[in-house]
Design a protein around this ligand. Structure first.
Ligand SMILES: C[C@@]1(CC(=O)O)C2=NC(=C\c3[nH]c(c(CCC(=O)O)c3CC(=O)O)Cc3[nH]c(c(CC(=O)O)c3CCC(=O)O)/C=C3\N/C(=C\2)[C@@H](CCC(=O)O)[C@]3(C)CC(=O)O)/[C@H]1CCC(=O)O
Ligand SMILES: NC(=O)c1ccc[n+]([C@@H]2O[C@H](COP(=O)([O-])OP(=O)(O)OC[C@H]3O[C@@H](n4cnc5c(N)ncnc54)[C@H](O)[C@@H]3O)[C@@H](O)[C@H]2O)c1
Length: 201
């Protein structure tokens, strides 16, 4: 914590300052750790379409073999990184997570170490979803509890209506594009307000 939040590291900006939304469909991802946290990460990644390989010395009952692509019940070895694009470690052992993170980084593989920002190249935000709409809150690791609290506030506005409106607007944009037009010059605000405020859709 101290290292990741030190002024030297931050240099006037957040360390984890570039949010992205990944398409993980069929992307090979490694989760090291088969406890409650490893299982939670594996489920989230699988739900995003990733092909999840779990490596764990002890595979707990939390790991759902139907959800993940592959379970390797052994101590992490470097070869577990073969073919992998993204790694999440949750072994509960700082040195182990650190060593895996270093090996992954050396191969150019992006790594998250649960609760160990020093060994993360990316961190995970607190998430609220409504259909295709996702709200993701990060505090740059300053306070995960604050991220979670703010996520709950965002979740209050990301309701079923928002999900529906996103689908309707997607269809309307696709219509414009199908007619050869550009959606960029359209002021969408009146239309989306109309949809969001309508008593029924
Ligand atoms: C958002 C969420 C996403 C997820 O994990 O999927 C997430 N932590 C969540 C919850 C949570 N984690 C912790 C608490 C206890 C209260 C507190 O400490 O605040 C709570 C709250 C609770 O559980 O109620 C403990 C904790 N977490 C980290 C440290 C180490 C440190 O700070 O040095 C420690 C101390 C460990 C210790 O002292 O032993 C570090 C990280 N945790 C992050 C993400 C990244 C920064 C996110 C950001 O703020 O930008 C980062 C940097 C790395 C990473 O893990 O990616 C998830 C919300 C799940 C949800 O959606 O409900
Ligand atoms: N982000 C969060 O919300 C959050 C909450 C709690 C804990 N955590 C973090 O996640 C870590 C894991 O938590 P947990 O409750 O799942 O722990 P756990 O002890 O239940 O599970 C650890 C798993 O890692 C495996 N493992 C350990 N060393 C290994 C190695 N060298 N190779 C392969 N597998 C190895 C173990 O066999 C086990 O399956 C915690 O230590 C903590 O850092 C994060």
């Amino acid at each position: 914590m101290a290292a990741s939040n030190s002024p030297e590291t931050r240099a006037g900006r957040a360390r984890f300052s570039y949010p992205v939304f990944l398409d993980l469909t069929d992307v090979p991802v490694l989760v090291v750790g088969g406890g409650r946290i490893g299982a939670r990460k594996a489920e989230g990644l699988a739900a995003a379409g990733a092909r999840v390989r779990v490596v764990a010395e002890e595979v707990s009952e939390h790991i759902d073999a139907d959800v993940v692509d592959e379970v390797r019940a052994h101590r992490f070895v470097d070869g577990d990184l073969d073919g992998i694009r993204l790694v999440v470690t949750a072994t509960g052992d700082v040195e182990t997570d650190q060593a895996i993170s270093r090996s992954a980084r050396a191969r150019g593989i992006w790594t998250n170490a649960a609760d160990q920002p020093v060994d993360c190249e990316f961190i995970l935000p607190a998430i609220a979803r409504a259909g295709r709409v996702t709200g993701a809150i990060s505090t740059d690791g300053a306070s995960p509890a604050l991220a979670k609290y703010l996520r709950d506030r965002v979740a209050e506005i990301l309701d079923d209506r928002v999900a529906e409106v996103a689908d309707i607007l997607a269809a309307e944009r696709a219509d414009v594009q199908a007619r050869g037009g550009s959606t960029e010059d359209i002021d969408w605000t009146p239309r989306l307000r109309e949809l969001l405020d309508a008593p029924t859709l």
